[in-house]
Design a binder for this molecule. Structure first.
Ligand code: NDP
Length: 417
């Protein structure tokens, strides 16, 4: 018989977890997990709250960004991410650190009109009313203007097939701005409907935040890249070649970029930001000229290796659940940041550090050597090893012909006999 999920959202937490336990036939120990990770305040953040889901939080070190030393808190379940970020940052620190640039920080949202017989004419009408529409936008969220932000400009784009996008650019100050912008867009859409005598199809923020770009660069003397039997000049050459491959091959670009986002997402989560928004914008930007490419580029002249990464990274230091997330607040303190642009600079530098470490490992010893120790640790823990047993199990696992769960369990059993 299936449990009763009717009006699930109206149930108390105890009723809700009881329904889930019944449906999934949970044991008492399994049910106890709901209580173990339960946080009262988080009831209000999402619908149908059951419990919290813990992820490890750690600290990447060695970062110097725009001459400032930085500790970078990261939240990730992937064992090698923090070690790699710290490793990449250490090389760049020896070279003087990351330099970042950020020109402007505006969020963009769109109002889409459909079934237009003359979209160019409609676009011209909208442009004529730009000043009025900007006032309507500001009136929908007046506190933003009081803080020095607000609606900045309107752009129109004829999309073809009778569609027109009216893009509203807004200075959202310290927030990421999705909700604020959506309220402004809905108000503007009503006025656009009146002005153009149409019924707008939709109005919504765009995560393709091309007016919120931030760039990190580094210049590394090749001598700092030496790895084992590989000279620094050779490593630089190979990293530049790997960068070229990521520019021309989407298969490689996807993984190249996943490595960059390993770092960026981990800091975004640690600071309470919407990492899905960053992911979608970053990948769209990687395909800005029509082909999906590596987000970063690395070049060498034989003396230095130059790295560059530019991405749209619209994050906030207020808004969403940031203010009620104590750890997000703590992580802002660890980062020593107070403004959204400061956080954007850290994010982009972290992505470039992550990328450098991954590429250097890839073109020299291979990625597995560095990863394996941490992966084996996860394997040993998953197989039931206690922290006290770990050193011996890891030693034996490294020598074992197979490094899988069954082998690890056999090693643990043998150790305990
Ligand atoms: P909020 O809706 O929380 O709005 C920002 C809040 O921060 C406002 O209440 C604002 O106060 C307050 N605030 C305080 N100080 C400042 C300041 N200096 N500058 C700006 N605001 C300040 O958050 P956002 O609008 O930033 O939206 C982010 C959330 O939206 C994220 O959780 C995201 O996941 C979600 N979202 C994302 C979408 C997407 O990416 N496509 C779509 C929809 C939602 P006041 O009200 O007084 O101005």
């Amino acid at each position: 018989m299936s449990a009763d999920f009717r009006h699930f959202y109206q149930k108390t937490w105890a009723e809700r977890t009881a329904v889930v336990a019944e449906q999934a036939h949970l044991t008492a120990a399994e049910q106890a997990l709901f209580k173990k990770y339960y946080v009262t305040e988080h009831h209000e953040i999402i619908e149908n709250y059951l419990t919290d889901y813990p992820l490890p939080m750690g600290l990447a070190v060695n970062f110097v960004i725009d001459d400032q030393p930085k500790m970078v808190p990261m939240v990730t379940e992937e064992p090698s991410v923090i070690a790699a970020a710290s490793n990449g940052a250490k090389i760049v620190k020896r070279a003087g650190g990351f330099i970042t640039t950020l020109d402007r920080r505006e969020m963009v949202g769109q109002i889409v009109l459909e079934k237009l017989t003359d979209p160019e004419q409609t676009a011209a009408t909208v442009e004529q009313h730009q000043a009025t529409l900007l006032k309507v936008a500001d009136a929908a969220h007046p506190s933003l203007k009081k803080r020095g932000g607000g609606a900045r400009r309107i752009r129109t784009r004829v999309l073809g097939q009778g569609y027109l996008s009216i893009d509203l650019f807004v200075d959202v100050q310290a927030a990421m701005g999705a909700n604020m912008l959506n309220s402004m867009l809905e108000a503007v859409a009503k006025s656009v409907g009146v002005i153009t005598k149409t019924n707008p199809l939709m109005s919504i923020l765009s995560n393709y935040a091309t007016a919120s770009l931030v760039k990190a660069e580094c210049t590394i003397p090749v001598g700092l890249l030496q790895a084992g039997r590989y000279s620094g000049a050779l490593v630089a050459q190979k990293i530049a070649a790997a960068s070229t491959v990521a520019q021309i091959d989407p298969y490689r670009a996807t993984t190249h970029n996943k490595g960059i986002m390993n770092g960026i997402d981990a800091v975004a989560i640690a600071t309470g930001n919407d990492w899905r928004a960053l992911e979608s914008g970053a990948h769209a930007y990687a395909a800005k000229d029509g082909q999906y490419r590596g987000m970063s580029t690395w070049t060498t002249d034989g003396q230095v290796l130059r790295g560059s990464l530019e991405l749209p990274l619209p994050v906030g230091v207020v808004g969403g659940s940031i203010k009620i997330n104590e750890l997000a607040q703590l992580n802002q303190r660890l980062l020593g940041i107070q403004t959204a642009p400061e956080l954007e600079r850290v994010l982009v530098a972290t992505g470039l550090a992550q990328n450098l470490a991954a590429l250097r490992a890839l073109v020299t010893t291979g990625i597995q050597q560095g990863h394996m120790h941490l992966q084996l640790k996860s394997l040993a823990l998953a197989a039931g090893a206690t922290p006290a047993e770990l050193p011996v199990i890891l030693q034996r696992l490294e020598l074992a012909p197979q490094q899988d769960l069954a082998t690890t369990q056999q090693l643990i059993t043998a150790l305990r006999q």
